[in-house]
Design a protein around this ligand. Structure first.
Ligand code: NAD
Length: 253
């Protein structure tokens, strides 16, 4: 029995796209719960590293551009060689392209699918191969969206990718639960980050969105803390294949 089932001391968490936004909030939360952190992204996550250092855990950052899934090849090996192990993978990196479906281009389609779904799958595969080879248990947490459940407007590739994340979370849980790997997802509602800058700036859409959120405000990256620590910790060992909304009640309306 764990005295504190949310304690992540001695674990190493890999978080993609953690230089800003939700990834930064989740990386800090995992560090506060005791995990050492490997940050994976295109640029040096200076601010996130500073916050993690304040918690006293170790951190390492890996440069990788996840628009090409070949970039995932060495990530898990480097994480293990730097911090000694890899127990938790948070697939957070994601992008969005807004355009009418009638005008949507193959480039807009591929750019989103490559980061949000293809690299997410192949990084999860590399991580699971490592755990299975070492006979170790682990946790994968994918970042989904309200558009895992809903259709959205002017974001067809984003909706397809995030709906895919929901399905893939279940598919991977079905295959990897037997290896002691939990695969779950978090569906953030409307959070104030770069990803939603265009929506926040659009007065009409901003008011419509706020009007539908029972909690009455946009989410903050720190609102992801409880859910990510839960799904990364022994507290969720018998939770498999779920997509947990953290949405201020948006989906309940
Ligand atoms: P953000 O733009 O602040 O963060 C996205 C992160 O992904 C950044 O760190 C960025 O550098 C990284 N990234 C993008 N392309 C990459 C690439 N090619 N290689 C490596 N890293 C790359 O936005 P955010 O809102 O924090 O988004 C984080 C995740 O949460 C995304 O998957 C997004 O779809 C999802 N999400 C956000 C909201 C919201 O309201 N903000 C809602 C639902 C889901």
């Amino acid at each position: 029995m764990h005295l504190n089932p949310f304690d992540l001391s001695g674990k190493v968490a890999l978080v993609t796209g953690a230089n800003t936004g939700l990834g930064q909030g989740m990386a800090i939360a995992l560090a506060q719960a005791g995990a050492d952190i490997t940050l994976i992204g295109r640029s040096e996550p200076t601010e996130t590293l500073k916050h993690i250092a304040e918690t006293g855990v170790r951190a390492h950052s890996i440069r990788a551009d996840l628009s090409n899934s070949d970039a995932v090849a060495d990530i898990v090996a480097e994480a293990v060689s730097e911090l000694g192990r890899a127990d938790i993978l948070v697939n957070n990196a994601g992008i969005i392209k807004r355009n009418e479906a009638i005008d949507f281009t193959p480039e807009e389609w591929d750019a989103v699918m490559n980061v949000n779904l293809r690299s997410l799958f192949f990084l999860s595969q590399a991580f699971a191969r490592h755990l299975v080879t070492e006979s170790k248990s682990g946790k994968i947490i994918n970042i989904a969206s309200m558009l895992t459940f809903q259709g959205g407007i002017r974001v067809p590739s984003y909706t397809a990718s995030k709906s895919g994340v929901g399905g893939l979370t279940k598919a991977l849980a079905n295959e990897w639960a037997a290896h002691g790997i939990n695969v779950n997802a978090i569906a953030p509602g409307y959070f104030a980050t770069n990803n939603t800058a265009a929506l926040q700036a659009d007065k009409k859409r901003n008011a419509e969105i706020l009007g539908r959120i029972p909690s009455g405000r946009w989410g903050k990256p720190s609102d992801m803390a409880g859910a990510i620590v839960f799904l990364a910790s022994p507290a969720s060992d018998y939770v498999q294949g779920v997509t947990l909304p953290v949405d201020g009640g948006w989906l309940s309306r």
